[in-house]
Every structure is written in C-alpha cells, then in structure tokens.
Design a protein around this ligand. Sequence first.
Ligand code: ADP
Ligand code: MG
Length: 808
Amino acid sequence: MVKETIQIFARLKPPSRKHQQGVCAEQLGTGEIYSIDEDEKLTPSLEIILPRDLADGFVNNKRESYRFKFQRIFDHDAKQEIIFENIAKPVAESVLAGYNSTIFAYGQTGSGKTFTITGGAERYSDRGIIPRTLSYIFEQLQKDSSKMYTTHISYLEIYNECGYDLLDPRHEASRLEDLPKVTILEDPDQNIHLKNLSLHQATTEEEALNLLFLGDTNRMIAETPMNQASTRSHCIFTVHLSSKEPGSATVRHSKLHLVDLAGSERVAKSGVRGQLLTEAKYINLSLHYLEQVIIALSERNRLHIPYRNSMMTSVLRDSLGGNCMTTMIATLSLEKRNIEESISTCRFAQRVALIKNEAVLNEEIDPRLVIICLQKEIQELKDELAIVTGEQRTEALTEEELLQLEKLMTSFLEDQDPESRLEVGADMRKIHHCFHHLKRLVNDKKTLGKSTGPSETKNQDCQEPLREEEYRKLQDILKQRDNEINILVNMLKKEKKKTQDAGLLSSMDRSEIRSSQGSPFPSGNPQEGQRTSSSLVPAQAQDFGASRYRSSLLHKKTGMRGEMSLGCQEAFEIFKRDHADSVTIDDNKQILKQRFSEAKALGESINEARRKIGHLKDAITQRHMQQVALGISENTAVPGVPDPQEEELRLQLEEEKKRYRTKFTRLKALKVEIEHLQLLMDRAKVKLQKDFEAWWAAEASSLQQVHSPAANPLGPVKPFPQTSESQQDRSQLPSNRRDLTGRNTPPTPCPSPVGREQCSPSTRPEVSISERPTSSIPLTGDSQTDSDILAFIRARQSILQRKCLGSN
Ligand code: ADP
Ligand code: MG
C-alpha cells in the first residue's frame, strides 16, 4: 500500500499574443504579477502580486501578494515534453506497476487544460500528456516480456451532469444530447460501475491514439455554438491495464484517468444567461461538489464524504481520497484580468494538497484460470491415487476426454522436436486409448504402403525372424545411434539459439526491404508481424491496419461531401480556401511531405546498411572457410589466435548494425509522428467540414426566410463568418437587387475574412446582374434545390469579385 498526498503542480500559460503586442503590454506584462521562488528547493512557491490598482479593489484591500506552494511550478516557457517527463511519466510508471492513478487539470477556461492534457491541434511537438503517456506505456509493455498485458481505452464526457460515451461505435448523432447516456451503478460493495461506457481494446499505440482522436472528433462534432461543450464539460480519458504472468491465475488491474475538467471560472463574472446559465450552474455545481468533496477529505475525522452529489465526483471517487495516486495540474493564465481566478485556482490546489490517498495493488484471482488449474490438479491426484491403490478405473472415457486425447496425439505427432512427449497422465484407460490410436495409424500407413509399393512389402513379408546374435548387434547399433541423436539434438539446440539471435537482425532486414518499396514503412503481413514482434519493431506490421482504421473512423464523419450538390461543392472549395484552419492544414501537409521524404531517405539508407551487413557477413564466413581450408591443407589445426582480418570484419559488422539500429529507431519515431500529423489533419478537415455545414445551413435557412412572403425582403442573411461588422457592411449594400426570375436576391455575403476586408462599402465592386454567369438558371420552386442554386450563384459571384479585385 502506498500512502501519499495528492501531488500538485502549477503550469503557467504564456501570455496571449494580443497582450504581448497590445498597447497595455507593460501593464499586463506577467513580470509584475507573479514571481516564482525556486530557492526553497523542496517546495517552490508562486507569489501572485496584486497590481496597485487591484490591491484595494475586489480581491482584498489589505494584502499585496499571495504565496502558494506547489510540488513544482512550470513557468510559461515549459515545453510539453518537460511536463510529461516531470508529471506524467512517474504516474504512468505507477500505473504499469499496478496502481490506479489520475492526473487532472484544473483552471479557468483558456488557461491551458486541454493543451496540457491532450495537446495543441497544430504541431506534433505540442502533443500533450495523453498521447505521450500512451506512447510511453506501449513502449514499456513491449519491453516487458515477462507478463501478458491487455490495454483498454474508454473516453467519457460529462456535460450538464450527464455522461456521454465519446467512443460509442453506434453513435452517428450530431448533437451531444442525442448520444447514449452513461449512467452510474453502484454494487453492494459500493464499487462504481459505468453503464453504457464502452471499453475498446488497444493493442498498439496507434490504435490507442486513433481512439483518442475519434473521441475528440466526436466531441467536436457534437459541439454546437449553443453548447460550447469543450469548455463546459469534463472529459475523462481512461487507460485500463491488466497484466498477468504466464501460468499464474493472478491478474493485476490498474486504471489511469486523464482528466480535463471544465473551466473553473465563476458564473458571476462571466455573466451568462439562459442555456449558458444552466450549463454554468451545472459546471459550477459539479466543481462546487468537487470542492466540497475535497474540503471534506482534507478535514480530519469527517465520516461522510459527499461523493454522490455529482456524476464527476462519483466517477472520480477513487482518485480523491481513495485507492489511487493522484496528481493535479493547476493551469494558470496569469494576466491582470485573470488574477482573481488564478488566486482561486491556487487556493483550490492548496486544499487538494492536503488529501491523502491510499493506493493498493489491485490483484485479483481470475476464477476461470483457477478452475482450470484445480481441474487439472484433481485429475492428476485421481490418477496418482489409482496407481497407488492399484485400483483401475473402468468407466469409459468421456467425449471431452477423448477429444482432448486426440488433440494431444495430433500435436505430439506433428511436433518436430525429438524430445517432445505425449503426456496423458497415469490413467491406464488413456494410455490404452493412445496406443490403440497409434496402432491404427501405423496400420493405416502400412495398408497405404502396400497399395503403393507392393515389391517393398513383399520383401518385408519374406523377412525371416532375426537371429539372436544379429539382434544384439542391432541393439548395439541402436544404442550408438541413440547417443549420436542426443549429441545432434544438443547441437541443434545451440544452433536454434544462434538462429534466433540472428533472426533479430534478419527480421529487421525483412521489414526494412518493405520500407524501401513505396511507403517508408513496412506493410502488414501478419506472419511477418508475428515474427518481428519479438524484435525491435513490433508495432510496425500494423501500420497500415492502423491508418485504415483511422480513415474508416473519420470517413464516417465526413460523409456529407459525397452527397454535395455541385454548387455546394464549389462553395465548399471557396470556404475551405479562406478558412483559418486551412493554413494549419497546409502547414501540416508540408511537414508531412518533409517527413515522408525523410522517412523514404531513411528507408533507403537503412536498406544500404542492410546490404552492407549482408556483405560483411558473407565476407566473414568466406574468410573463416578460407582459414579452415588452409588449416586442413597445411594439416595444422585452426589457429587459436583470432584472425585479425576476421576480427576487423566483425568490428565493421557491429558498427554497421549499430548504425542500422539508430536509423531504424528514428524511422520508428518518424512513423509515430506521421501518424499523429495525419490524425491532426483529419481532425482539422472534419472541423472545416463541420464549420461549412453550419454556415451552409444558416445560409439556406436565411435564404428561405428571404423568399417567404412574410419575410423581410432585406432578410437576415448571415455572411461567413458571422460578425457584427460584416452585418454592418451588408446593411449599407444595395439590397434590392433582382435576379432574372424577378425575385429579390439576397445581398452577396463575403465568403471569407479576406473577402470581408476587401468588401468594405467603399471598395466592394458592384457586380452587375448580367455579369453573373449562372444567373440564367431558373429557380425550381423546390426550396432545397433553390437554396443550392442560389448558393452556387453566390459562390460564383464571390469568385468574380475576387477576380475583379485581383485585376484592380
Ligand atoms: P482550456 O482547455 O483551459 O480552456 P486551452 O488548452 O484550450 O485552454 O488553451 C487555450 C489556448 O491557449 C489554446 O489555443 C492553446 O493552444 C493555448 N495554450 C494553452 N497553454 C499553452 C502553452 N503552455 N503554450 C502554448 N500555448 C498554450
Ligand atoms: Mg479545454
């Protein structure tokens, strides 16, 4: 059992760009607001200094600074890797050792919780605790061959006190509220079970990463402008790990919760209304209950801890004051306007630091395995008893026993190992059965032999009984042969071991050959995969499986494009070009390209190294043979002193192998990076699609309003993106244009931020109706098709506008 208080860390977010560049940078500059005291080596402290104008304001009019102690404080320049190494790696290690563990991030919206837990959406180096921990855990599992591990993933979101399974394979829902709800069940031992939360097995890092991205994508898709779930919900990503030693019935279970809590800001400050107020109430309620639980836990002799008050505290019950090692990261955005929230986050952390948890190893005996072991033992004891008492069992063997014997005999006969044995125990019935079976087999073979080789059989039939002398002679020969066989078996064993060692290298070679052909990574031949699994590159063989998995998961999300009308597609192309995320997508595309060519070059040089290794091996063998041949021809024994030339070749071989391994490790890392970048891009694409769909739907509905008789002819058409300034712009546009059908055409929305700037009232070029190439398309009267056509016209218009602007 490990007794430990919850570890608390602080992470400071870099000041936002706006504030770095803004006019009041000096005033908002973080330097004046906080200082980190690292002198106190064991517990560094963070001092938050109130600016003079705030000191007598709303926070406290007496004090000028507040000091908070943390296990460690990470200033704004701390990289994700440092955070992982110092916070998450020790936690991952305790999970691997069999302890439940939790890391949760707490702080106001925008302070960097998601950045810390999941990572940034743009760069590979920004990946957060979850992907890095997954990578670390799978790396360790591969290294440890003494145990059998199974890993499962679940991903839960709690929003407005309801739980949603972000990995539910059935869910096609577009709204969070339509997802199946996860509910809490409590067993008589007060253990919490989550109904409707799916567990997904992940055998590789890639599979686990795919699940993380799938969950994040589902979350993004379910989010609407009305429910900004990402800041208002709690997300719990859980890795469930089980391990077992071969042959043992004891299974060890551990869980790692990685928790991204909702923003901790107070309602009063955000001044929310309606739906948002409900959400804020729920967030604050659940964070409020979390606080209550923490206060109760930090007070001694409190008998009742109000875990049941909210879903989040129920789910995290073990992480708080229970069987778990827990770590909290207080994320802080230390700018003047956030000072109150930052102090409140730090205060919360100080209370959390008082909580003591007691983590125990969660070992459990697997009843199925115990039953199998006991059954075997009973059988063995029965057999022994039968021998000791001389009592023979006479009842017929059961169907099951017969089947088992068949299996044993087949594997015995197929086993090439000359030392293999047929173990049927001391039961004479079984021994007899086996003998009968083998006799039948031999006879069958003989009959078969008779029909195919009559002359041979005839010969055998004609053989006379052996004389005693001959018989003894043969027995001696047999003994000799037996000895020879034993010697040969030993040699074979040694040889086998050597081949296994060499196999490590050659399996690397094999996968590398594939890597040099087309893709830089090896393909997924399952047999190869199995063989390489004991070598350096077990995850490689599943590479393409993983990407297929990813693309099929994400394909579901982007299904709409196939059904787009022509106009819609054209509008999408323009929307895409001007969307802010397209820069990220393009950047990542470039990086991907670079990584791909780097991987390809690496593949080639690995191939070259492999060839060199092959040549060196050949040269060594040749040299060795030469030496032996020389020894034979000169009739001298092979010299005991090693041949310097051969030694030199061996040194070169070792060097080459080292180089090979270094490159291969790099290639492996590249593969993970490429996979991650592809996932980031996929997610960005889904987001783009989603933004477009929202914009398109809004456009279509406002168009319908424009055309309905009751509607205001000036109609509230939403330009993209919808902003108050662009609405202002639009109000100044001539609004009574008519298309050829004589209907009012809504004013042209500026389809992009770029377009919006260019389309200011003074600069926006007027495009006359006759210039519109598609304006002769008659409207159909079907509102859906009409909106498509109109959008198409407007997309065309914006292209024209662009062209005009380009030529100006
Ligand atoms: P939260 O989840 O607490 O609401 P986010 O993690 O979404 O906050 O962070 C808000 C913004 O700040 C994001 O754009 C994120 O990329 C950025 N950010 C947060 N922390 C850091 C950091 N340590 N370094 C760089 N950017 C950060
Ligand atoms: Mg967040």
